[in-house]
Design a protein around this ligand. Structure first.
Ligand code: CTP
Ligand code: MG
Length: 231
């Protein structure tokens, strides 16, 4: 089967899905944990595939699960599946290396953000298409944030108005992401961080509450409720 969704699309979406899910507790790799009877990765890929400008999806699977993930996703959408790495950044690099010629825009999207709406994929891709080299979806920070020192003693209160919580998908002009990964040093938790290090401006667009990252058991329970309510 070809791994191509929309042949006229200009977007490749990389889906790092090789993490263990330590914070979720013992069990299968997180991307394969069930949410309403289906693996998180299936929910995530189905929503990505519903975004009209997506040409290719590349999933970085846990190393021992590549064939299982291929079989799992075959009925969901055409995808390429590659083995992931020990760190998220290595998984993204492996997926990036598998993107075929064609798409000029690359989005990087966590499998753990399983309920991300297709509209967010399109809005990030659209912002890159309109000329931004790097685009991240963000939400305002709602809690008051304190900086603390030794003994959990408060050092000060951070100005919340200048802070943003960052989600995925993060979108990039393909050449910009490729150059940032080629120059990457110590692993970072997001791809925009690599691009920032190259001195390239990163632009924020509004994120979505539904793009929450399923990290702890509470998040999985919340996602079950959101799905039951029609997410
Ligand atoms: N990821 C990956 N390869 C890794 C580590 C993480 O592809 N070596 C992926 C995860 O599968 C996830 C995304 O990166 O979709 C975000 O990572 P995170 O939420 O931290 O997931 P895990 O690393 O699986 O969770 P934990 O840190 O709790 O083990
Ligand atoms: Mg992790």
């Amino acid at each position: 089967m070809t791994a191509q969704l929309n042949p006229r699309g200009d977007v490749a979406v990389l889906v790092p899905a090789a993490g263990a899910g330590v914070r979720l507790g013992p069990g299968a790799p997180k991307a394969l944990r069930l949410l309403s009877g289906e693996p998180l990765l299936v929910h995530a890929v189905r929503r990505i595939a519903a975004a009209g400008s997506v040409h290719t999806i590349v999933v970085a699977a846990p190393a021992g699960e590549v064939e299982a993930v291929r079989r799992l996703l075959a009925p969901v959408a055409p995808v390429l599946v590659v083995p992931g790495g020990a760190e998220r950044q290595a998984s993204v690099a492996a997926a990036l290396a598998a993107v075929p010629a064609g798409p000029g825009i690359v989005l990087v999207h966590d499998a753990a953000r399983a309920l991300t709406p297709p509209e967010l994929v399109e809005s990030v891709a659209g912002a890159v298409r309109s000329g931004h080299d790097a685009v991240i979806p963000v939400l305002p920070v709602v809690d008051t944030i304190k900086e603390v020192g030794t003994g959990e003693v408060v050092l000060g209160t951070v100005d919340r108005s200048a802070l943003r919580a960052v989600q995925t998908p993060q979108g990039f002009r393909r050449s910009v992401l490729a150059a940032a990964h080629a120059a990457a040093g110590d692993p970072l938790t997001d791809d925009a961080g690599l691009v920032e290090k190259q001195g390239i401006p990163v632009v924020c667009v509004p994120g979505s509450e539904y793009a929450l990252k399923i990290t702890r058991p509470f998040d999985l329970a919340l996602a079950e409720h959101l799905l039951a309510a029609g997410a």
